[in-house]
Design a protein around this ligand. Structure first.
Ligand code: NAD
Ligand code: UD1
Length: 338
C-alpha cells in the first residue's frame, strides 16, 4: 500500500517524501505545481536513489484524483496541498477558501468513495488564535484566528472532527506545525518562496545572499526577554519525521488524533539573527520596524503529547536549523531550477 502525498513537491512535502522513501515506504505524489518547481521531483529522486509516481493534478479535480485512486493502491494520505501566505489570504479570501477548504472536501469525498479513510493533515499553530498563552497544549480551545489562511486551517480541523464523529472508521491525525525552517543536509532541498519572503528565515537567508539589503524586525516592544517576537522554530526534517510517526498512528488504529509538532522552545527574532550569523559567518543588518498586524508576542508548543503518544521528538537545534538553511540558500541562490 502506498501513501498518497498531496502537495508533495512543496517545502515540507518534499522533505517528508525523502524520509518516507528512506524507510522503504511507497509513495504517490500529487501536486498542481502552483507553488513549487518540477525540479523538486528530480531532487527527491536523486537524494533517495528511488523513483516514485508523480501526478500533476489539482486536488479540486475530483475526476483526476479518482483516477489516481483507481490506478494506485493508496492506503493513507498525507495532505499538505494548500495555499499558505497569510497576507495574500487577506487579499484573496475566496481563492484560499476554495483551494484549501474546498480542495480538502473534494479529497475527502474521493477518499471515502475509494474506501480510504486514513489521513494526516497539515494544520498550524495558528489555530490556537490570539487568546491562548504559550506553551500551547492540544486541549486548549482553538479558533479566534485573525486571517483567512488561519481560518481555512481551523475550518478544515472542524470538518475532519465532524467527519470522524459521523463515521469512526476514519483515522485522522491533525498535526499543528509551529515554525518550520531549515533544509535537507545535502543542500539540495529547501524552502523556495516566491517573491519577497513573508517569513523570518527565508528573509534572513536572502539578506545573507545579498538579494535583500536588510531585515526589518517587526517590533521590539513586545513583552518578551528582548522585546522581539518569540517562536518555536522546528527543523523541517524533524517535522518530516513527525509525519512518519503520524502515518504509523493512523495506519495502526482508528481515531481522531491531534499533535503539536514543535520543539517546545521559543527563540526571539534577535536570537535567530544571532544564531544565523554564527552559522553562516555573514552579518545580517537589521532595522527595527513597527509591529506586524496580527502578530503574537510569543508562540511556542508544549511538545509532550507527540513524545508520549507517537514517540516523536524534535532532535535538531537552532544552530543546525540555521546551518542547513544557509547551505541550501548559498548552494541555490535562485532556489530550484525551472
Ligand atoms: P508549499 O507551498 O511549499 O507546499 C504546498 C504544495 O501544495 C505546493 O507544492 C503547491 O504547489 C501544492 N498545492 C497547493 N494547492 C494545491 C492544489 N489545489 N492541488 C494540488 N497541489 C496544490 O507549503 P509548505 O510550507 O510545504 O506547507 C505545506 C502545508 O503545511 C500547507 O498546507 C501549509 O498551510 C501547512 N503549514 C505550513 C507552515 C509553514 O510555515 N511552512 C506552517 C504551518 C502549516
Ligand atoms: C507565520 C504565519 C502563521 C503560520 C506560522 C507558522 C504570518 C503573519 N503568520 O507566523 O500563520 O502559522 O508562520 O509557519 O505569516 N519577523 C520579522 N521580520 C520579518 C519576518 C518575520 O521580524 O521580515 C518576525 C515576526 O514578527 C515573528 C517572527 O519573526 O515574530 C516569525 O515570523 P514568521 O516567520 O512570519 O512566522 P509567524 O509570525 O510565527
Amino acid at each position: 500500500m502506498a501513501v498518497l502525498v498531496t502537495g508533495g513537491l512543496g517545502y515540507i512535502g518534499s522533505h517528508t517524501c525523502v524520509e518516507l522513501m528512506n524507510t522503504g515506504t511507497e509513495i504517490v505524489v500529487v501536486d498542481n505545481l502552483y507553488n513549487c518547481k518540477k525540479s523538486s521531483y528530480d531532487r527527491i529522486k536523486a537524494l533517495t536513489g528511488k523513483d516514485f509516481k508523480f501526478y500533476e493534478c489539482d486536488i479540486r479535480d475530483a475526476e483526476g484524483l479518482s483516477k489516481i485512486f483507481e490506478n494506485e493502491n493508496i492506503g493513507s494520505v498525507i495532505h499538505f496541498a494548500g495555499l499558505k501566505a497569510v497576507g495574500e489570504s487577506v487579499q484573496k479570501p475566496l481563492e484560499y477558501f476554495d483551494n484549501n477548504v474546498n480542495g480538502t472536501l473534494v479529497l475527502l469525498d474521493v477518499m471515502r468513495k475509494h474506501g480510504c479513510k486514513k489521513i494526516v493533515f497539515s494544520s498550524s499553530a495558528t489555530v490556537y488564535g490570539m487568546n491562548n498563552v504559550s506553551p500551547l497544549t492540544e486541549n486548549m480551545e482553538v479558533g479566534g484566528v485573525t486571517n483567512p489562511y488561519g481560518r481555512t486551517k481551523y475550518m478544515i480541523e472542524c470538518i475532519l472532527k465532524d467527519l470522524y464523529v459521523s463515521d469512526n472508521e476514519w483515522s485522522i491525525c491533525l498535526l499543528r506545525y509551529f515554525n518550520p525552517i531549515g533544509a535537507h543536509k545535502s543542500g539540495t532541498m529547501g524552502e523556495d518562496p516566491n517573491g519577497i519572503p513573508n517569513n523570518l528565515m527565508p528573509y534572513i537567508t536572502q539578506v545573507a545572499i545579498g538579494k535583500r539589503e536588510c531585515l526589518t524586525v517587526h517590533g521590539n516592544d513586545y513583552d518578551t526577554p528582548d522585546g522581539t517576537g518569540v517562536r518555536d522554530y522546528i527543523h523541517v526534517v524533524d517535522l518530516a519525521l513527525g509525519h512518519l510517526k503520524a502515518v504509523g498512528k493512523v495506519e495502526g488504529e482508528n481515531g481522531l488524533f491531534i499533535y503539536n509538532l514543535g520543539t517546545g522552545i521559543g527563540y526571539s527574532v534577535l536570537d535567530v539573527v544571532k544564531a544565523f550569523e554564527k552559522a553562516s559567518g555573514k552579518e545580517i543588518p537589521y532595522v527595527i520596524g513597527p509591529r506586524r498586524s496580527g502578530d503574537l508576542a510569543t508562540c511556542y508548543s508544549n511538545a509532550e503529547k507527540a513524545l508520549n503518544e507517537l514517540g516523536w521528538k524534535a532532535e535538531r537545534g537552532i544552530d543546525e536549523m540555521c546551518e542547513d538553511s544557509w547551505r541550501w540558500q548559498s548552494q541555490n541562490p535562485d532556489g530550484y531550477p525551472d
